[in-house]
Design a protein around this ligand. Structure first.
Ligand code: FE2
Ligand code: FE2
Length: 237
């Protein structure tokens, strides 16, 4: 879509729901009060139209490259924390607020939103704990193992990785089931015909959240965890 100063906020949000995140960051109403030209909103907020236009045009294109499968484990851990965990810490509260708003406004007409809200809330709580467990227990251990390799020293403490890895994999399975449930409840993230922009933005956001979480779990389950277990065996031998 060609974005001009006359284009209305709500039309941008409808054409590309990835722009909703940008409006939210700037505190711009894209939903019920969104039928206003961008120029007017920029003036009110003291923002440059060009800067907003550039951000809106670039929305949704910021997917970074996953690290290579044979990258140092420390690098993979950094990437997981800086990209996936930081992304969840930004998205979980944002989506949580949108779920609450949609439930409040549309819960009566769309009863599936109640299940959606409950499933999301439980998943959010699980994930917030999960991130802390990885960051405080497993990931520092991974970094310690790799430091031993660099120093040419063996592992002198009893092997430890299997327990936390098993627990994290188990929680990943739970998260995977919750994601499948969310997809089922939303009919594959297709918003109802009467959905407002917040409703649309929520479904769009949840679908991106699903894709990111699948990639995140893949990187941990299929790269980070098996390589950590192998490294620990080698160091202990
Ligand atoms: Fe993680
Ligand atoms: Fe994880």
């Amino acid at each position: 879509m060609n974005i001009t100063p006359e284009t209305r906020v709500a039309d941008v949000a409808t054409a590309n729901p990835a722009t909703i995140k940008i409006f939210q960051r700037q505190g711009i109403d894209f939903c019920c009060g969104g039928k206003r030209p961008l120029a007017e909103v920029c003036e009110e907020k003291g923002m440059s139209f060009r800067a907003l236009q550039e951000a809106l045009e670039g929305a949704g294109g910021e997917a970074p490259q996953l690290p290579a499968g044979d990258a140092p484990l420390t690098e993979i851990v950094r990437f997981v924390v800086d990209h996936f965990h930081a992304g969840l810490r930004e998205e979980l509260p944002r989506l949580g607020e949108m779920v609450a708003k949609v439930l409040n406004v549309h819960g009566e007409r769309h009863p599936e939103v109640k299940d959606l809200a409950a499933t999301f809330r439980a998943l959010r709580e699980e994930l917030e704990m999960h991130l802390l467990k990885e960051e405080r227990v497993l990931f520092p251990y991974v970094e310690r193992l790799e430091a031993l390799v660099l120093q040419g020293r063996p592992l002198t403490t009893p092997p430890f990785a299997d327990g936390p890895i098993g627990a994290m994999e188990h929680e990943h399975d739970d998260a995977g089931r919750a994601l499948a449930r969310l997809r089922e409840l939303t009919g594959g993230y297709v918003p109802p015909a009467d959905a407002c922009n917040t409703f649309r933005g929520l479904y769009h956001g949840l679908e991106e959240f699903e894709a990111a979480l699948h990639q995140h779990i893949h990187l941990e389950n299929n790269v980070l965890f098996p390589r950590t277990a192998r490294l620990e065996r080698e160091l202990a031998a």
